[in-house]
Design a protein around this ligand. Structure first.
Ligand SMILES: [Mg+2]
Length: 360
């Protein structure tokens, strides 16, 4: 079954995702690992997807670590990867800058080694001081030890007329201490001192998607992520199908409230979803067990024995037959009810009782 044009329900895939798509473009944090540990089932699921013939590429907004370092970390976790399997926002912003400036142009770096490496790879010349007369400033996450001097130099260069580029604008990032300021916060510091506006490369913006497609050569890519406003929106803008996994920052409530650009093509609990045929969400009136749907305000939706519908200002979930059923099927049906009711907006119906039935 194909997705209806309004994107109002998760789609059925009609076959294993690892066979339907040639390349998985995987986000890292909350998808493959969380901090220092692999996400449950990630290692085995990725090995099986690769065995099924799917190419695996890792796409990260983090510009600090060079691809080789990211690949080494993945390999250590049990996910074998080479540097060329990793695509970073540092690479995306470096290409963006190289497309604008002549070979060898001087670019002031406020950020880490990954950014310097990516600029050199594109034939640009990283410099450190505004007095070096850079024609552009490249800003990426610099890590916890970046000195304040870097903000002085970057701001001075921009105030003297240098173009300003940022790898990404994630305001916060996870750390061993909890949530800490990310590159988006650092960008705000420079914005305060300059009044300028950077050109941004990272997810969900097109330069990152373009870099990923150019580097992987993917013909039927599937974006796999845990964040609606970066991974899923990036896929939406690039007109690529996406799988949301629930192992990271997005919870079921946020998913139900998603507006169209934040709605994934598929939803699954974790990366084992790559090895499944994603089920269809059917109109409940077509389903033999959808007897309650007739009472619903806007029809109902069925998936895996669950039926979801909107009644008044509440999302209602029913289960036909015996047994527990896969809770993700219930969530898929609820997505269809919520997104249909919301149309081009965000669903405001109360889903609390329905989600607690599913254990969320
Ligand atoms: Mg993530």
């Amino acid at each position: 079954m194909s997705q209806d044009s309004a994107g109002t329900r998760p789609r059925g895939s009609g076959g294993m995702l690892s066979e339907r798509y040639d390349t998985a473009l995987l986000d890292l944090d909350g998808v493959v690992y969380r901090g220092g540990d692999a996400v449950p089932h990630a290692v085995d699921a990725l090995a099986a997807a690769r065995k099924a013939g799917m190419r695996l590429a890792y796409v990260t907004n983090n510009a600090l670590r060079p691809p080789g370092a990211v690949a080494a970390h993945l390999t250590e976790l049990g996910v074998p990867a080479e540097a060329e399997d990793v695509i970073t926002s540092a690479q995306a912003v470096a290409r963006l800058i190289a497309d604008r400036l002549p070979e060898g142009a001087k670019v002031l770096v406020i950020g880490g080694e990954g950014l310097r490496l990516a600029l050199r790879e594109r034939g640009l010349t990283p410099v450190d001081r505004a007095d070096d007369e850079p024609v552009a400033v490249a800003q990426g996450y610099g890590g916890p030890d970046m000195v304040w001097r870097r903000f002085w130099e970057a701001s001075a260069a921009i105030n003297r007329g240098a173009l300003w580029f940022a790898s990404n604008t994630d305001l916060t990032i996870p750390s061993p201490l909890g949530i800490v300021p990310g590159n988006g916060a650092a960008v705000e510091v420079v914005r305060i001192a300059t009044g300028a506006e950077p050109e941004v490369a990272g997810k969900p913006l097109p330069p990152m998607h373009r870099e990923t497609i150019l580097r992987t050569g993917a013909r039927r890519p599937l974006v796999v992520g845990d964040r609606l406003d970066t991974d899923i929106e990036g896929a939406f803008r690039g007109q690529v199908d996406s799988l949301l996994v629930l192992t990271g920052v997005t919870d079921a409530r946020q998913l139900l409230a998603a507006e169209p650009r934040h709605r994934p093509t598929y939803v699954d609990a974790d990366l084992r979803g790559l090895l499944r045929a994603q089920p269809d969400v059917a109109d409940a009136t077509d389903a033999t067990d959808g007897t309650d749907a007739a009472d619903a305000d806007g029809g109902g939706f069925a998936c895996g024995g669950w039926t979801a519908s909107a009644r008044g200002d509440v999302l209602v979930l029913d289960r036909a037959g015996e047994g527990g059923g896969d809770p993700v099927d219930g969530l898929r049906a609820l997505c269809a009810a919520a997104w249909t009711e919301a149309g081009d907006g965000s669903c405001g119906l109360d889903a609390g009782k329905a989600l607690s039935r599913l254990g969320w």
